[in-house]
Design a binder for this molecule. Structure first.
Ligand SMILES: [Zn+2]
Length: 341
């Protein structure tokens, strides 16, 4: 990184951010919606970006939030799949927004499959504000992303425990960072997944919760702010997330898994989603029996595992998966339900 870029980063105004040593975040309190609330659509679009995550939330008042930006098209060893995922994301975001800017780009944690696509996104779409957890600033993908943020003039926000949302609430809308009071030891020990910064959006009687790749250690410390209508399934449906106690707290009605297809690109070494996780989600979601989903039996290692460790299991019709369903767009009018469009 050049001296000029470092100086530019140092000069950034961290608007609306809590100081680093904020003692405790306030409890998550969601204001009850007014009696006449909702009507306008809120769209939540999970892009099929393979073994990665990127979700566009179009708020009912016209503002837009993108949670994570998918994988870098240049990830070493990934090649064509990663480039195709990034192309799909850029096409999807630009067509959805039709020239409007992204009001907030929220990066859950600094892994390549979540912030790798930031530089390419910023080349295509105006972004007003960018938020991350302020960690791993010596890592190349983080530097690429932050340098692009500086170059394109987006406001940079570091979200730490106690921080408020960089975007203000709106009519019938509340936006809340979902972080533990302190991150679990695994976060400081190098597990970036357990440093994920979550985001909860409430719109009248509907809500959506993103937790990035938070695993069981972080989930145990999270207050999701009560039951949630729609859940982004943690860590691509891995067995290391979606702990029973967390699912009991969040009690989602609908859930979406964003992962690669079996053997596709980087999912060849992760084998997401896992059978046990899908079974747990099925129990929590209820609903009718829907289409089968191809899942991996986590009793064996993904490395070198053959096709016989993958199987098709029937799932709830309230569970969606990008590997099976492609892009998943769920729409609510604030009435506590989501409908797929
Ligand atoms: Zn991930």
């Amino acid at each position: 990184m050049t001296r000029g870029v470092l100086a530019a980063i140092g000069a950034l105004a961290l608007v609306g951010c809590a100081p680093r040593n904020e003692p405790k975040p306030p409890p998550v309190v969601v204001t009850p919606p007014p009696a006449t609330c909702g009507g306008a659509p809120m769209r939540v679009r999970f892009f099929d970006v393979g073994q990665a995550l990127s979700v566009l939330v179009e708020l009912p008042d016209g503002r837009a939030i993108l949670v994570d930006a998918g994988e870098s098209p240049k990830r070493p060893g990934c090649g064509a799949p990663c480039a195709a995922w990034n192309d799909h994301l850029l096409d999807g975001v630009t067509s959805s927004l039709g020239g409007r800017p992204i009001d907030l780009l929220w990066i859950t944690h600094p892994h390549s499959d979540h912030l790798g696509g930031v530089p390419e996104l910023l080349e295509k779409v105006a972004v007003k504000a960018y938020a991350d957890n302020g960690r791993d600033l010596d890592k190349k993908p983080v530097q690429r992303a932050r340098n692009a943020v500086v170059a394109h003039g987006a406001k940079l926000h570091e979200i730490v425990p106690g921080a408020k949302s960089p975007l203000p609430d709106g009519t019938g809308l509340t936006l809340r960072p979902i972080l533990p009071e302190t991150f679990p030891p695994s976060c400081a020990q190098g597990d970036a997944n357990d440093c994920s910064i979550g985001l909860r959006i409430d719109y009248c009687k509907s809500s959506v919760l993103f937790t990035g790749d938070a695993e069981a250690a972080e989930e145990a410390l999270l207050d999701p702010g009560g039951p949630v209508t729609l859940l982004q399934v943690g860590h691509h449906g891995s067995e290391t997330s979606s702990s029973p106690s967390f699912l009991a707290k969040a009690a989602p009605k609908y859930a979406v898994i964003s992962s690669g297809k079996p053997h596709e690109g980087t999912n060849a070494t992760y084998c997401h989603p896992r059978k046990k996780t899908v079974e747990k989600l099925d129990q929590v979601l209820g609903g009718q029996q829907g289409k089968a989903l191809r899942v991996f039996d986590g009793a064996v290692s993904c490395k070198g595992a053959g096709e016989d460790h993958w199987s098709d299991v029937p799932t709830s019709d309230r569970l969606f998966a990008t590997a099976r369903d492609g892009d998943v767009t769920l729409v609510t009018t604030g009435d506590g339900t989501f409908v797929r469009k």
